[in-house]
Ligand binder design. Structure first.
Ligand SMILES: CC(C)(COP(=O)(O)OP(=O)(O)OC[C@H]1O[C@@H](n2cnc3c(N)ncnc32)[C@H](O)[C@@H]1OP(=O)(O)O)[C@@H](O)C(=O)NCCC(=O)NCCS
Length: 271
């Protein structure tokens, strides 16, 4: 499975969900995919606190999405720790997933804990039975999002996208418009997650700018983007996007903070 590179930071991913390939030593952000049918049965892999949260979720769809997100995030964090502590992924160990907890902070953003200590930064998304998790060293602010490339109405584009984004969609060939609308939306959601505000913030206060070198025509590999908040170019966050089959994947991270990988195994706890 190839490791693909985005302009700043390396983001390994792949079509085979629930696997992770070691990237180069400079790798700073990992993406992890998982499908619903890979989630381990039962609740033994959840911590007591997570089981308590699950018991409060009444709707089956929400329970299922929540479990999928937890499963993917725990696997991703376990792999991240293995890489940090051992320098390589052994791949043959079954991690103690109940020692890794994924909790929603008061604002809803997921946070990882390992044996009770703060773990790496994470962001997560689930869509149509698949999950995406981004992991980076603690302190990096990041957001990721997974969207199905599906038809988006004119009303959706008009309501949620900025003027420049709308022009980009309407100026694209018809065949590219659904990809573009979902890509812009996904990158916007990634940025809203990085900001930890989600849809509490006006989606038009974040503008997505795609790298001019690509045409949003579904080229294989990652392309660059940036997200500008409240028109302030100094606050632009770099990111990348990838078309992956029926999905579009986006990830956005805090500018400058991923320039150098800095691992602190003591801080994240050893398994
Ligand atoms: C962040 C948000 C835009 C994502 O929604 P979405 O695109 O439908 O769903 P995704 O699957 O891509 O992402 C969901 C994950 O985003 C994460 N998330 C939720 N709120 C977040 C926030 N404020 N910041 C960062 N991440 C957040 C969670 O991990 C969530 O999954 P989980 O609840 O199973 O742990 C949305 O949940 C939101 O706006 N939340 C904050 C406001 C809120 O709670 N509103 C109530 C409903 S409008």
């Amino acid at each position: 499975m190839p490791t693909r590179t985005v302009p700043t930071g390396s983001v390994p991913t792949g079509a085979v969900p629930d696997t992770l390939q070691p990237g180069p030593p400079s790798t700073e952000i990992w993406l992890w995919r998982a499908r619903r049918d890979q989630v381990r049965e039962g609740e033994a892999w959840l911590s007591d606190r997570e089981r308590a949260v699950l018991s409060g979720l009444r709707f089956e769809r929400r329970r299922s999405d929540w479990l999928l997100g937890r499963w993917a995030a725990k696997r991703a964090v376990a792999a991240w720790l293995e890489l940090e502590v051992d320098g390589a992924l052994a791949g043959d160990r079954e991690p103690d997933l109940d020692r890794i907890e994924i909790h929603a902070a008061n604002d809803g953003a997921p946070e990882a804990f390992v044996d009770g200590a703060a773990g790496p930064s994470i962001s997560l998304s689930h869509r149509a039975g698949e999950a995406l998790v981004a992991v980076a060293r603690r302190g990096v602010r990041l957001g990721c999002d997974l969207e199905l490339i599906e038809p988006r109405s004119d009303a959706f584009v008009a309501d949620y996208l900025t003027e420049a984004e709308r022009a980009r969609v309407s100026g694209a060939p018809m065949a590219d418009r659904d990809l573009l609308a979902n890509l812009l939306w996904s990158a916007k959601e990634s940025a809203l997650k990085l900001l930890r505000e989600g849809l509490r913030r006006d989606t038009r206060s974040v503008e997505v700018r795609l790298a001019d070198t690509q045409g949003a025509g579904g080229r294989p590999g990652w392309d660059g983007l940036s997200t500008v908040v409240d028109g302030d170019l100094r606050s632009a966050h770099p990111g990348g996007w990838l078309r992956d089959g029926a999905y579009v994947v986006t990830v956005v991270w805090s500018s400058g903070e991923t320039a150098a990988r800095s691992c602190d195994p003591q801080g994240v706890g050893r398994r």
